[in-house]
Write a protein that binds this ligand. Structure first.
Ligand SMILES: Cc1cc2nc3c(=O)[nH]c(=O)nc-3n(C[C@H](O)[C@H](O)[C@H](O)COP(=O)(O)O)c2cc1C
Length: 325
């Protein structure tokens, strides 16, 4: 419970009141956050583009676009397309690479009193481990988010994120090279998310980010070809919210580590559903494209919900939909 002093002007003069406000603070694997709301990787760049639209100090954390060891150009266009209730993207891991991230992006991010989480991607276990080792040395980083929805070139293109053995191996390799809190972002393109969640927890993950995009295709009927140059893309937006909620719900009952939930969060109500399903924090993806100031509204909406329902602390909502009274 936080105390706030508010001033009310009466005709007889000013009066001061002490008000209690619910606490929004959460702790994810040692990362202390002012509130449970942050952008999802790839939907907020490195924060600079959003600074005129939203107070970066008001966010729970900033999760940046996937960073790779070397600069990556990404896929050729067209690489995004709107679909009912969402969008497909096949950006690839377009990013300036580790060196530019450290020298040009981190100085900007360090100005803010908000934990910075780097989402990291690679093509081999070694690449992931080396990247983690380098990032471990970067001052001002609060944590790493391991994006394992990537084709593993060593294992013939099988994505790390759809095989529990590979997922565990890459998690363990990264764990060995960093003492930073390690969030592992899981792919929903699996038969049983619980198996993946338990595998990476056992391999040393400190938290889970759930979910990345669902694989899909759109076809241009005039050209009679796929819309995206990459043919397949990742589906995100409200269309995937029920799937994401189910995966959070299921994983939350199988693992002890905290979960960051995402997928189609466009309103405070959506975020609250994720918390009730077992997420300790939430990430907002394409909602930032629709409304750049959306995360502020979501933070205020969660606070209003807590106050209206008599909760002192946002942590009391976590998993409340499945916990017995
Ligand atoms: C344009 C775009 C780019 C993305 N880039 C990344 C990325 O670089 N790394 C990553 O882990 N997830 C990436 N994602 C996935 C999002 O972080 C998030 O998991 C997904 O979009 C679901 O959330 P949403 O429905 O709120 O958008 C990207 C999503 C979109 C739409």
């Amino acid at each position: 419970m936080k105390m706030s002093v508010i001033a009310v002007r009466y005709s007889t003069g000013m009066r001061w009141f002490l008000m209690t406000r619910p606490s929004l603070a959460v702790n994810i694997a040692g990362i202390q956050m002012k509130n449970p709301v942050m952008p999802a990787s790839g939907c907020f760049g490195f924060g600079e583009e959003y600074r005129d639209f939203i107070d970066l100090n008001a966010l729970g954390a900033i999760v940046v676009k996937s960073v790779t060891l070397k600069p990556t150009p990404g896929n050729p266009p067209p690489r995004v397309c709107e679909t009912p209730g969402g969008m497909l993207n096949a950006i690839g891991w377009q990013n300036p690479g580790l060196e530019v991230f450290v020298e040009k992006k981190m100085p900007f991010l360090r100005q803010y009193d908000t934990p910075v989480i780097v989402n990291m991607a690679g093509k081999t276990k070694q690449e992931y481990a080396d990247l983690a080792g380098e990032l471990d040395q970067v001052p001002g980083l609060a944590g790493l988010e391991l994006n394992i929805s990537c084709p593993n070139v060593e294992e013939g293109g099988v994505a790390f994120g759809v095989d529990p053995v590979l997922a565990a191996k890459v998690t363990a390799a990264v764990r060995e090279r960093t003492s930073l809190p390690l969030l592992v972002k899981l792919s929903p393109n699996v038969t049983d998310i619980g198996v993946m969640a338990k595998a990476v927890e056992a391999a040393g993950a400190d938290a889970l980010s759930l979910i990345n995009t669902l694989t899909g295709i759109a076809i241009d009927i005039e050209r009679r070809r796929p819309v995206l140059s990459n043919v397949t893309g990742g589906l995100s937006g409200p269309a995937i919210k029920p799937v994401a909620l189910h995966m959070v719900w299921k994983s939350a009952q199988l693992v002890k580590i905290p979960i960051l939930g995402m997928g189609g969060i466009l309103r405070a109500q959506d975020a609250i559903e994720f918390l009730l399903a077992g997420a300790t924090a939430v990430q907002v993806g394409i909602g930032n494209f629709i409304k750049p100031g959306l995360m502020t509204e979501i933070i205020q909406g969660i606070e209003a919900y807590l106050a209206a329902h008599g909760f002192d602390d946002v942590n009391d909502l976590v998993g409340a939909a499945f916990k017995k009274e």
